[in-house]
Design a protein around this ligand. Structure first.
Ligand code: C2E
Ligand code: SIN
Ligand code: SIN
Ligand code: SIN
Ligand code: SIN
Ligand code: SIN
Ligand code: FE
Ligand code: FE
Length: 364
């Protein structure tokens, strides 16, 4: 009992200091393994879209993914029962495939469902091979129930967070494409510009949170185009002087739409909308800002947006070749573009083309 209390205290303090969900789950499987004195533990999470259970954490094996109706794990997932089996090979529900692959011999196995707060099963906790005994005791079952409750709430929070993040991202991408019926630019152009900025911001050493922000903020750069009249936005050929003066206002319109929010994401997005056509040498618009007067976000988006525009077909131009594009950036290093970011771009140009290929415009 004293040993168990010590283990529990030790892990509880580690868990409370941990923010990373995977690391919390690893700590919970380690806790279960030590306190129950088992050889291995795993936590399976249900994938609703694929109908599978996969090991979000597992001792001693690579990631496992099984149909959600197979094995003891599948049985427990579907029935919601706790199963305590002394010899797995005598139970026909047991799936020997994994043992076959890993050369392991499962004997005693305790399998328990994980429920969310509405009572829906979201996964399974499994403990394998009790040490110094033939089977898991009632005390073991009770201990694992406690640990499973903790694992459930950790997982549920992670799932909710992931869903919220996805919805957030989706709203941003869709609203950034509000001119969908008018502008030749595609939804994928918008997404790609964010992904290019992700590369640049990682390479220049921005922290993880900043990288995520730029990746979501850059797609909003042209949102101000909603304020440009159709006769200009839809014009098939070159713009005349008056039309060009109108078109340039999309930067200020975007800024006006996005500014004034308390959200840091929207602050960055408004800055990007305002500055993405400024140039390093001061010859850009709307204000002719130069060098580091332009925020790093604006400078990254300029490179990303122009790369994507040049390599795409527009009603007023053809898509450029790799050589033409590279040449353009070399000539404009320190003129249109931040020289340091241009070097990073050129060094990583293959990654830019990969994104361009993977997220082609035809795909939408
Ligand atoms: P966009 O098509 O997304 O282009 C973004 C930026 O990529 C352009 O900003 C420019 O810096 C660069 N770019 C695009 N195509 C070319 C090109 O053929 N040659 C060169 N050297 N650079 C190119 P910019 O010029 O400030 O234009 C902003 C937006 O105004 C463009 O976004 C596009 O929506 C519109 N636009 C620009 N020129 C024309 C035009 O001649 N006709 C029409 N209908 N729209 C235009
Ligand atoms: C924990 O809370 O740290 C683990 C589970 C338990 O309380 O038994
Ligand atoms: C089973 O639950 O039937 C097999 C899964 C495992 O060995 O981890
Ligand atoms: C995680 O964020 O690592 C777990 C949640 C999930 O995969 O849905
Ligand atoms: C759009 O393309 O529909 C608006 C945003 C942009 O032009 O990039
Ligand atoms: C985010 O929403 O992704 C960042 C938080 C914020 O907007 O301040
Ligand atoms: Fe623009
Ligand atoms: Fe653009």
């Amino acid at each position: 009992m004293e040993r168990k209390l010590k283990i529990l205290l030790e892990y509880t303090s580690k868990i409370t200091n941990e923010k990373d969900i995977r690391k919390i789950l690893i700590l919970l499987t380690d806790l279960a393994k030590e306190i129950i004195e088992a050889d291995r533990c795993s936590i399976f999470l249900h994938d609703d879209s694929k109908g599978t259970l996969w090991t979000i954490v597992a001792h001693g094996v690579e990631r496992i993914e099984i149909p959600d109706n197979k094995g003891l794990v599948g049985h427990v997932f579907n029935s919601g029962e706790v199963l305590n089996i002394n010899d797995a090979y005598k139970d026909r529900r047991f799936d020997k495939e994994i043992d076959k692959k890993t050369g392991y011999r499962t004997k005693s196995v305790l399998t328990m469902p994980l429920f969310d707060r509405n009572g829906k099963t979201i996964g399974v906790f499994q403990v394998i091979n009790k040490k110094n005994s033939e089977y898991f005791s009632n005390e073991d079952i009770n201990l694992l129930k406690h640990i499973s409750l903790y694992a459930s709430s950790t997982l549920e929070n992670a799932i909710l967070y992931e869903k919220l993040k996805k919805a957030h991202q989706d709203v941003i991408y869709r609203l950034s494409h509000a001119t969908k019926f008018k502008d030749p630019e595609t939804q994928n152009h918008i997404i790609r510009v964010g992904l290019y900025c992700e590369i640049l911001s990682k390479e220049i050493g921005l922290n993880e949170d900043e990288v995520e922000i730029v990746k979501l903020a850059a797609p909003m750069h042209d949102i101000g185009k909603v304020g440009i009249p159709d006769r200009v936005l839809l014009k098939p050929g070159k713009l005349d002087n008056d039309e060009w003066e109108i078109m340039k206002k999309h930067t200020i319109y975007g800024y006006e739409i996005l500014k004034g929010s308390e959200s840091y994401l929207l602050k960055v997005a408004s800055q990007i909308a305002l500055e993405h056509h400024e140039k390093w040498d001061g010859s850009g618009y709307p204000y002719g800002k130069k060098g580091e007067e332009i925020s790093i976000y604006g400078r990254m988006t300029a490179i990303s947006d122009v790369f994507d525009a040049l390599t795409s077909e527009r009603p007023y131009k053809k898509a450029w070749s790799i050589d033409e594009t590279l040449e353009f950036f070399k000539i404009n290093r320190g003129k249109h573009f931040d020289p340091k970011l241009t070097d990073i771009f050129i060094k990583n140009i293959d990654s830019f083309y990969s994104i361009k290929r993977e997220l082609r415009d035809e795909d939408i």
